[in-house]
Design a protein around this ligand. Structure first.
Ligand code: FES
Ligand code: FES
Length: 195
């Protein structure tokens, strides 16, 4: 069968088998290997992409079901040559070790911040509760997402006020968000940590 969809803003048309999963279509047909395939049980969440702006596990969606819809993968997070603040946050706050879970985590984080620009620890942990990280203990992932949220709020404040430079506002917001300067002991309680 033939399927046509938008992937990261580009229209693609392919001849596929009806049983093909979206995760395999993205990886094997389009070469978008940033979306990972980590389990056979729909538990790990490393395959998360957006389908019409909603995070979905692409191992639970047939490629045919994405026909006529918009798909966004981790390759589509960057804005031009600029990293998305979520990507920057994971880099700055060591939100990854092996990186296998990272694409799915970042897609979920971006969707969360688009809906809730100032999430609490609990809201972040709930958002990523369908995803498993085997490495980080989740503390640095939560910190990374907070960094992105703080950065985006600071940028918005700078743009609105014009009174401070972007760097000054970022510095101020980050100080308020983390008066310890980022030295507290990471917690190991995290969504999915039971596995
Ligand atoms: S590959 Fe594990 S949930 Fe999709
Ligand atoms: S960084 Fe290794 S699984 Fe999350």
């Amino acid at each position: 069968m033939q399927v046509t969809m938008s992937v990261n803003g580009d229209e693609v048309t392919s001849e596929i088998e009806g049983r093909l999963l979206l995760v395999h279509y993205l990886r094997d047909h389009l070469g978008l290997t940033g979306t990972h395939w980590g389990c056979d049980t729909s538990n790990c969440g490393t395959c998360v992409v957006w389908l019409d702006d909603e995070p979905v596990k692409s191992c639970t969606v047939l490629a045919a079901m994405a026909g006529g819809h918009e798909v966004r993968t981790v390759e589509g997070l960057e804005k031009g040559t600029e990293l998305d603040p979520v990507q920057q946050g994971f880099m700055n706050c060591h939100g990854l070790q092996c990186g296998f879970c990272t694409p799915g985590m970042m897609m979920t984080a971006r969707a969360l911040l688009d809906r809730n620009p100032d999430p609490t620890d609990g809201e972040i942990r709930e958002a990523i509760s369908g995803q498993i990280c085997r490495c980080t203990g989740y503390a640095t992932i939560v910190r990374s997402i907070h960094w992105a949220a703080d950065h985006e709020r600071a940028a918005a404040a700078a743009a609105a006020s014009g009174a401070l430079t972007g760097d000054e506002v970022v510095e101020r917001v980050l100080e308020e968000a983390d008066p310890s300067g980022g030295s507290e002991t990471p917690q190991t309680v995290g969504a999915g940590s039971e596995s």
